[in-house]
Design a protein around this ligand. Structure first.
Ligand code: AP5
Length: 217
């Protein structure tokens, strides 16, 4: 099963992808995480993308498409995957379809997480991330209680630079302009399924599970 998770910043794509992958044996492929890994390693991609991400802008399509073609060719994805944060422009969606068609593969479903803007802002402003293991927490909804929560060593909690008020406003605007059109793109192919992303993490998870279990029947 190959899935795409679409939704505005803070909608819970990463949170839900992690849980769904654990239950369904899929692999989470998050472009945001891959880019942040490049930054940490100081690669040319990381250096080029750093300022763009911090300002809340989109990294150029060419760079993302090449990066994702390389990622999607890796054998660890053979069991199925969730694309979290990719595609997020029409050229990226077209490039993905062409790439998968050449390999005889497809996307089975695109889940579109919908959440009110006021709730998105609450979720993003409380988000904290572990620099060591990459896990995401929330100061109120999912607090990092113990340093030993870290999957690798000791959690080093930080707030993402692109979670600043200015960058978030920009990310929401860009989502509306560049990513929302993808809902029509996938709806025309009968692949887009809306999900109410409001409520607790467990409530959203239960809604997604119903959709995926139907898909697997
Ligand atoms: P990326 O890291 O993908 O950021 P994003 O898409 O803006 O998504 P977020 O990570 O902000 O939110 P999410 O939906 O995953 O929410 P989360 O689960 O963390 O990308 C970062 C940047 O990289 C982009 O801005 C761009 O510059 C670049 N980039 C990436 N992909 C690109 C591409 N394809 N093309 C070009 N550029 C690209 O949840 C948020 C918070 O809420 C967490 O604290 C969580 O604990 C909490 N939470 C989640 N669900 C709930 C719930 N139900 N109730 C309460 N709290 C909740």
């Amino acid at each position: 099963m190959n899935l795409v998770f679409l939704g505005p910043p803070g909608a819970g794509k990463g949170t839900q992808a992690e849980k769904i992958c654990a239950e369904y044996g899929l692999v989470q492929v998050s472009t945001g995480n891959i880019l942040r890994r490049h930054k940490k390693l100081g690669t040319p991609i990381g250096i080029e993308a750093d300022r763009i991400i911090a300002d809340g802008n989109l990294v150029p399509d060419g760079l993302i498409i090449d990066m994702m073609k390389e990622e999607l060719s890796k054998p660890y994805l053979k069991t199925g995957y969730i694309l979290d944060g990719f595609p997020r422009t029409l050229p990226q969606a077209v490039a993905l379809d062409e790439y998968l068609a050449r390999k005889g593969e497809t996307i089975d479903c695109t889940l579109v997480l919908n959440v009110e803007t006021s709730e998105l802002v609450k979720r993003i402003s409380g988000r904290r991330t572990c620099r060591t293991c990459g896990r995401t927490f929330h100061l109120i909804y999912n607090p990092p209680i113990e340093p030993r929560d870290c999957e690798i060593g000791t959690c080093e909690i930080f707030q993402r630079a692109d979670d600043s008020e200015e960058a978030v406003k920009n990310r929401l605007r860009i989502y509306a302009e560049r990513t929302l059109p993808l809902i029509d793109y996938y709806s025309e192919r009968k692949l887009a399924v809306p999900v109410d992303g409001s409520g607790s993490m467990d409530e959203v998870y239960a809604r997604i599970k119903v959709i995926l279990d139907k898909l697997l029947k």
